[in-house]
Design a protein around this ligand. Sequence first.
Ligand code: MG
Ligand code: MG
Length: 259
Amino acid sequence: MNSLIRLKTPAEIRKMREAGRIVAEVHEGLTERIRPGVKIADLDAYAETLIRSRGAIPAFKGYPHSSGDPRRAFPATICASVNDEIVHGIPDERILQEGDIIGVDCGAILDGWYGDAARTFPVGGVSEEASALLNATRESLEKGIRAIKVGRPLGSVGNAIQRHVEPLGYSVVREFVGHGIGSNLHEEPKVPNYGSRKSGPTVEVGLTIAIEPMVNAGGFAARMDNDGWTVRTADGRLSAHFENSVAVTSDGVEVLTAL
Ligand code: MG
Ligand code: MG
């Protein structure tokens, strides 16, 4: 395996499970809070309060901007990406409307170990088109996780995701990919949501990665807003995002961002 990949011990994976559980708690709490009329900034405040109440720290708040300008660091606990926004939307005063979909990405740090997970939620009743996209993206994450096998190339993950969603007419975002995770939010290896099953490093026990398919209803092209963070579909169509942090153990593959 790529020498930049840091495999984790069972004790380290235990720490990551605790961090991951806090992120899962946030998503669980958001499931009942996300509804028409809710202000996105209030969801962010909920997430931050819950994470800090568990003795953890929000992992995204203050995350450096690609420009290196400290004034442009990410300002919030969650990324909130509505409708055609793919990822990295900034929580603000916007009010959720019936029929919206909102992707919430959240990370927590506990005793120096990271958890990272995303869900896309329907706001009230949503269109058939939106509902089908959410289901397919969630399923693609499950298929990606099931494709992980010790001794097999990691490319089997992205290949499984791509093969699930493309026949449905959807596309997989190229510019953003999953990642190793551990005592950093983003570690080696990269985990693309597309490509050959023969690509990538060989999976070994101790590998810990965040798998995060971003699936567009239309084309995969993306563009960045002037805020320097929000990424949305170039064609204005819907996008969904689901993510779990997982560990490869001697007993199999474990989802760390679970209750
Ligand atoms: Mg994430
Ligand atoms: Mg991630």
